[in-house]
Design a protein around this ligand. Sequence first.
Ligand code: GLU
Length: 485
Amino acid sequence: MKDMETRIRVRFAPSPTGLLHVGNARTALFNFLFARKMGGTFILRLEDTDVERSTAEAEEAILEDLRWLGLDWDEGPNRPGSHGPYRQSERLEIYQQYAWQLLEKNSAYRCYCTGEELEEKRKRSLARGIPPKYDGRCRYLKPEEEHSLKAAGRPASVRFRVEARSIEFEDLVKGRVSFDGQGIGDFIILRSDGVSPYNFAVVVDDALMEITHVIRGEDHLTNTARQLLLYKALGFPPPKFAHLSMILGSDRTPLSKRHGATAVNHFREEGYLPEALANYLALLGWSSADGQEIFSREALIKRFSLERVSRSSAVFDLEKLKWVNRMHMKSLPRKKALELALPFLQKSKINVERKSERWLSAVLETVWGEMDTLSQLADRLKIFFDEGWGMEPEAERILAREENRRVVYGLQQELRAVEEVTSENYKQILASLGKRVGLSGRSLYMPLRAALTGKTRGPELEKIFILLGKERALKRAESALQRTR
Ligand code: GLU
């Protein structure tokens, strides 16, 4: 058993045609977790044979998102191993050789049908309500017919001869799966331009890269039927398959753009932590036996198993993701929290340059436990920075009232009488102010909050006083009074 475990090889095989979305990121994560848990090898392979849609930028962006998520791979395009190259566009000759092998064995044949002819037949089937399937025209070509097509210079593709009646396999997630082979028409394994379509390339690659477990979305189940036929024909032992159930949106339809942004880089820009996003993605289809939901990456690796991957679909729940993120944010060491927060503050034009680390850390502390994401920080914290200070209409309304203005005048006097506001003298300052204006509780605090922060809600007043300091509090009191005169 041990021996078997150490040989585990899995792969994530994205097509670099666009951004990495949560669905694919979850596939990558499950492969990664399984590999790490079993001490296996995690391979990254780029399925870039669609030259029109594949781009170098998309490839780089996917790699970047995977790195950010912490899903580092052992073999891949920029980490050559013994089974490369790891880009399908660099493996075209390998596929050709195997396609020719199948031709020789008569498991495949040359097809001279043109794109237009095929499209025409497809349309006709669809119009008659029949699922389109290649009609096998070139399967039965007589040698002389073939000869004349060749002589006429007709380009040929290579088609696989499908003979199966039924195709069955045991999926590690779905259990027993069976397909009716009759529904599968002979399919192309090598196009006339020399490029192999997905189903063929993937089988050759998975076999040559010695992949032991193919973990991917269930949208590939029908491909698996075709792929199993190819394994058999090529004489390769098939890997084990684990097909992950769909991720749905809140309305229970497959997750898509309609449900809002789903690209990994969106969550990154919104200030989700990579550990939190990975944690949440793990819960989309996997659960721990004891119901625990918050995991570090290491804990996920330790606890993950394919046996606990669910057969039913998972629903992407943004509120839950926020909660998971909040939990991860809360448990960050303060220094790390600050390091992650600073770029988000700077992005919002908050000037942190001349502030001490200690002060910034204390400012952060006032709201940290309540934040869902790092991007919410700037809005909540800008009250502490002069460039972010401004008055909300509600605060202006409060300060337009005479009894409230009196509180602020009183505050100016109290502040002038002290050296600085500290946690020791804070209570006293407020008590003395209360006495001076004959108010207490909310009617005392609200005008103070409105004047100092320009808002009616926010962190504790004591913290605001201490973090602003005497001089800035005085300045704000003055501007607030002026602005609302
Ligand atoms: N390139 C395929 C995709 O992105 C990979 C499918 C597979 O894992 O076999 O869906």
